[in-house]
Design a protein around this ligand. Sequence first.
Ligand SMILES: Cc1cc2nc3c(=O)[nH]c(=O)nc-3n(C[C@H](O)[C@H](O)[C@H](O)COP(=O)(O)OP(=O)(O)OC[C@H]3O[C@@H](n4cnc5c(N)ncnc54)[C@H](O)[C@@H]3O)c2cc1C
Length: 825
Amino acid sequence: MAWFVAGVLAVIVVFGYFGLTVFWWTVAAALLTWYLSVIAGFGLVTNTVLAAVFILVACVLNIPPLRRAVLSNRVLAIYRRILPDMSQTEKEAIDAGTVWWDADLFSGKPDWDKLLATPEPRLSPEEQAFLDGPVEELCAMCNDWEITHERQDLPPHVWQFIKDKGFLGMIIPKQYGGLGFSAAAHSAVVMKLSTRSSTAAISVMVPNSLGPGELLLHYGTEEQKNHYLPRLAKGLEVPCFALTSPEAGSDAASIPDHGVVCKGTWQGKEVLGMRVTWDKRYITLGPVATLLGLAFRLYDPEKLLGSKTDLGITCALVPTNTPGVNIGRRHLPLNAAFQNGPNSGKDVFMPLDWIIGGPEYAGKGWMMLMGCLAAGRAISLPTSSVGGAKALTRFTGAYARVRSQFRTPIGKLEGVEEALGRIAAHCYMMDATRVMTAGAVDAGEKPAVLSAIAKYHMTERARACVNDAMDILGGKGICLGPNNWVGRGYQMAPIAITVEGANILTRTLIIFGQGAIRCHPYVLREMRAAKEMRGAQAAREFDDAFTSHIGHVLRNGVRSFIYGITQSAFAPVPRSASPETRHYYRHLSRLSAAFAFLADMSMLAMGGALKRKEKISGRLGDVLSMMYLASATLKRYEDQGRIRADLPLVRWAVRDALYRAQQAIDGILSNFPVKALATLLRWTIFPLGTPFRPPLDSRNHECARIALEPGAARDRLTAGMFVPKNESDATGILEAAFLATVACEPIEKKLREAVKSGILEPRSGMDLPAVAEEKNVISREEHLLWQRKEALRKSVIKVDDFPQDFGRAAIVAALEDETVKMKAA
Ligand SMILES: Cc1cc2nc3c(=O)[nH]c(=O)nc-3n(C[C@H](O)[C@H](O)[C@H](O)COP(=O)(O)OP(=O)(O)OC[C@H]3O[C@@H](n4cnc5c(N)ncnc54)[C@H](O)[C@@H]3O)c2cc1C
């Protein structure tokens, strides 16, 4: 009997592991049943009954029409009952975009060789020349304090430069006069600008993201394209896109803004048009826009366009000088100076040709928006966050070396080092994710789920980095002024968190919610069979997807357990992986199997309610996200030629991601609504307990060292950012002070040793280096070097101060004026 049990277990493990089809399971079951009959010595009657039952079950499972009639059609009926109905907008959101590496991670069996074979995106010589020329120039033109405090806007000559050099038309093809850049180049431009001026970066980013340009490219009529695209490319039009309204923020599809199809007079003629009423807010570039992309719901009560009265969300292009358009007022988003504000209109008449794509596209606005969302979301905010992280890594590292307390550069104090090491490792992982995601866009993907992962995690990590940087800088980060290069970034961190899908919603609804349906190999097929197909076609499709789904769950459960008890020893690794990172691929393969199994079991246990269980779905999304971020990090290490000096960053980042993924799974299991199933899942996924630990302190030390040492590793980590060469600039002087500090450290050592040995006797007020020169402890050149370093250091640690009536001067003058007038009266 023991052999029989062992045989059953062996079949489950081996067949489950390799995901064999039902036919092979039947063959194995036949052999085991025969063996059972032999060892148990069953009589003729028992054997006949056993054989009959076996044949019956085997026929049901192996003959598709029979299987459908007995099994899968019944499941399909239940599935149809419990599957919540989806609105058209939900369907369009789910159908939008494509899946890529996320589908591999969701399968439980990621094809690492395929990932590593994907070429790293490269810039063309023309794109590189643009980065080295106009982008570098634009960065040098931007003075953040002038922009964010003194002008609350980009100076006119900077605006003009942006327009003239084609920054607003990076995604517009050359045939329309645009720059026609790749996603990688677009990302590199926004990243570099973000290291210098968020205002410039956002002003450039928005027209190149989801908005009039992108919508026209995909859906515009030839006439619309020929008219608007060249004007947008040259900055003759400044576009904005208005979706959000006071009543509809995250739930953007519920916009109350509406238009009614009707006849009206346009340029002296009676034409068929729309009378549109809207009230929008938070619209970036709105106050200075000349072309308003407007989303509203279109109704056709008189059925002038067809038989439908509610046509649905529609996108139109409205010149902002159209009578009745109220635009120009500003919001003040956390002291950021980019243009952002409300706009509205009441019963504004506009011709039907203003609909993007013309009247045929009336009501297709949501599909258009969802279809175009992924590319922009994959670039804009992830990229600007990486720019922020690069600037923080370089400049915070420099400051932590220049600033000393307790006679030690603060970056070498372990508490500070911990925060700095985190910033550096996050920066590596963020840049890796940026590059891989932009590469996917260039390869033709519209990565709906991956763009949400990139948006959520890059903005959250940028927030973590700026919090760490603020702690490292102390009072220097807090006192705003021309010499504070971090305070505005800190103020603005929540903006990126909120826009293009606020982060809580992105994590809890989109990453896993959309991912589970889009990336899962069978769920979408099952849903389509249940909701969109009927009769024999539905039965066949559902049966095929459902039986494959069962095999998929079994395979992932078995793999998860086997990888668990062997500590990932047998989990797949890519053939070409470097020896020093192979174990990370193994752990990720294990996590992928565990995640796929857990996702299916969660859907089974919670069904449609999982959508509302956002604490569970958010954590499932975290596991998927961590696997994506870790994959990007490992790929980056390979793509860059396995540079050993970067290994601490890779190790810290991947270990951190593995640990976070594990904690998310642990959180799901601890809160799983079906407790018995949770226990079973824990035994399967973590049979020997939780294996991953947070990154080591020693690794954190190595990461911090990269940010604290001038050299190739620091330059690579912050590659693509703007580093001012001008010492009258706050960060330019910081970079110079950093280099001078490092250069003077041997001199400092000489001074210290001379004091220790009694050659120098420091006294209050004494110029120690001067005395040291006199006593030949240091040379003249060394003394001059020291003096320069000291001058730079003093400038760097300086904080700004202002007159007592700072910021109130105008108010005080106005009040005084009023008092004088009152007295005179
Ligand atoms: C500076 C700035 C620039 C912007 N630019 C533009 C622009 O150019 N064009 C444009 O159309 N819009 C723009 N927006 C609007 C932006 O996209 C919205 O602010 C965003 O979608 C969130 O809407 P809300 O602010 O009304 O927050 P709300 O919808 O009120 O959300 C509040 C909180 O609830 C959470 N939440 C909501 N629903 C769920 C859910 N189902 N599950 C879990 N959590 C949920 C959100 O994540 C958020 O944390 C901009 C906003 C800002 C602040």
